[in-house]
Structure formats: structure tokens, C-alpha cells
Design a protein around this ligand. Sequence first.
Ligand code: PMP
Length: 448
Amino acid sequence: MTGDSPYLFYQSRNPRPYLDRGEGIYLYDESGKRYIDGSSGAMVSNIGHSNPRVLAKMKAQMDKATFGYRLHFRTHPSEDLAAKTVSMCPQGLDRVFFVSGGSEAVESAVKLARQYAVATGQGTRYRVISRFPSYHGCTFGALDLTGYEPLRAPFAPMMEGMPKITAPTTYLDRDTLTEEERGFRYAELLREQIEEAGPETVLAFLMEPVGGASTGALVAPDSYYQRTREICEEYGVLLIYDEVMTGAGRTGKFLAAEHWGITPDIVALSKGFGAGYAPLGAIVASSRIVEPVLDAGGFQHGFTYAGNPLACSAGLAVLEELEEQNLIENAARMGDVLKARLEGLMSRYQFIGDVRGKGLLLAFELVADRSTMEPLPRELNAYTRLVEIAYEQGLIIYSRRTRGGYEGDHFLICPPLIVTKAQIEEIMNLLEASLSRFADEIANALPE
Ligand code: PMP
């Protein structure tokens, strides 16, 4: 039970204090205790909290109109945000559709893909191949595409199964292949799955370019990105990148896809796109996909709050902030600094098995044995325990224990993109203190 509040929401075992206010990378509870938001919430608050320029722009919009239904009025914030988004995306992604969150974005991407297939005489295509592990959202459609059993299991009979291939968890592989060969090998799983399902039934391939909550900042070998793009092309399968977590600058580029020069057919954005200032998401697609859908009568889809002027004014202000303050470059630079500092911890703590990620989407994984990558015993509950210790010290981090094909406790360290070198030192001091306490606690549980 969570006390006498009627508010139904997820509670960790330790009830959390009331949030009072945020400022930059810091959050304060009602007792005045300060926390570093080391995970930007759930990788959301990319430009930090209470940014006065963003708030002023939102206030200016609030004073005019907070809502105008899209069938009744055009609005400048929605059109300006669409134009700004396209200007920040790679060429070829030139149409935008707004939603209010990540699951909505994923669902919308799949529905756009389906309507494109129907509009272009490819109505037999309906299967979306996704990966295991993965996370794509909590609505039925998005959950069906999610490769994370604990979340799917309670709803399993209610969902029609979509095929899944193994994501390239190459850091666990102990073969003699080169990175490039491993990337090709994992990409071939896509080809095999398309062939098995029947190419004429396959609509799209959906992937997180860098894993988020599912795999803890897992980056694939470069060859994987190139080859999966080629395979999609070869079979006429649409490539959808779920950039809900990676998008809007988090990995040091506006889209993570840019690291590999990939232009997906459809991209899902949310989280850092509204950066916590408004519930906001979007899909960005190429007009090659959108035009036939419009010609066939339009996109049969749309949420009531989609493109509302207040959320869009927030999104526009967030993107302007990213540009004007060079925050994407800062994410790339500070990401390198933070990653090197995290890698440095590996010599001190044998139980850190892997440090990975791109830009400021970084994670480390704890293991019992680095040479075999054997996970820590489940009973240790490392993924909750270390988070609790850090929280007590005033550092918020985000963790999961992945289950299924492999097990592992991973921890995402993803501060807002405004983070400075000095603040990274603050984060590292608190993290080291937390790890050292955690090490004392588990000393007896680890093998000699
Ligand atoms: N896709 C990815 C990659 C995500 O990380 C998330 C959220 N963790 C979602 C989709 C779903 O987003 P939301 O919770 O806003 O619906």
C-alpha cells in the first residue's frame, strides 16, 4: 500500500519524498535535500530543469491559447516546431506528425507504415519485426513490439505475436569473430526472419539504434546498422528507428541514426523532444512514405492532444535551446569525459563488467565475473540496491535487470545535456561513494 493517497501509480518499495523544485541538473525535495538528476528522470530532461528561456516562451503561448483543436485552427507553434524538427534531421526526413509520448510515437510509426503499404498495393505486409531485448512502450501495440518478457507476460494472450530477432549483445559474445563480422552475423538474423515470415508479409523492422531501458545503452557494431538498412531496402521493408530515448541530441547527434549515416524511413521521438516541459512526441518520416498515404485519403490516425500549441511551444523552445546553447555538441564532449571516468572505475571495481553507450546515453553493467560476464546473483537485487544507495547520497540513476536471453544489472548514467565537467566530477564522487558502499555490502556474496 502506498498510504492514503488515491493516486494509482508505480511505487518503489521505498516511498519517495515529494518533489519541490528543479534547477539545471538538480532536483530538490520538500525537505530541501538536493539530488543530481543523473538520469534526466527517465532520460527525459535533456536541457535540465526550470530553464527560464523555455518557461518564458511557454508562458507567452499560455497567455494566448493553451489549446486549439487541429481541425479548427492551424497554429504557429506546431508548424514552427515541424519545420525546426525537419531542419535538425538528416535530409530525407521531411514530414512530421505530433503525439504526446513515446508509446504513441511508436504506434503512430507502425500505423503510418501500414497505411503506406495499403496505399501502395502492398496490403499483405503487416508484420513488424522487432528485437529482443527491446523496449518500445506500454500500450498494447507498442508492448507487443517490446522484447522484454516481464512486461509482456501478464498481457501475453491479449496480444498477437510479432516476430523478434536477437539484438546484438556483442559484449557477451566470446567467439573469435571481428566486430564487423559480428555485426553482419546479427544483421543476417533479420534476413532469416524476413525469409521465414514470408517477405510479402513483412511491413517494417523496428529498432532502438542504441538500446535504452531494455539493454542499457547497448551500441551495435557499425556493420550492423549498414547491413540492416541494406536488408530492409532489398526486401522493401520499412526501417523504423525508435529514437524516443536516443533522439533530440542525447547521443551527441540530433538523431543517433546520424552516427552511421543512416536515414530510416520513419523515426519515433519523444522524451528529450519535450524534455520534460510538456508531454510531447513526434514521428518524422520521408515524404516518399507520407505522400501516398495523403493521396489515398490521409493518415487515419490522430490523438486529441496531438500538436497542441502549448506542448509545441515547449518543444520549439527546447530545440532552440539545443541549438543556441550548443547542447548536442556538449553531449558529445561531456559524454566522452563521463565515459572515460566510468571506464576508469573498472580497474577499481572488478564487478563492473562493461561500460558502454554514446554521447550522454551511457551505462555500466555489474557482473559476478568479468571474464565470463556471469551476472550477479539475482537475490542481491543489485539493480535496486545500488540505486537506493545512490539516492540516499543525492544521486539519481536509472537501472534495470534484463531478463530473458541473458541476465544483467545495468545502470544508466545520463545527466542532462547541459552538464559541465565540474558537475561530472560531482556525479563521479557520489557514484564512487555509492559503489564503495555497495562493494562492502556484497563482499561476501561474490566468488573469491
Ligand atoms: N521507446 C523507447 C525506446 C523508450 O525508451 C520508451 C520509454 N522508456 C518508449 C518507447 C515509451 O515512451 P513513453 O513511456 O513516453 O510512452
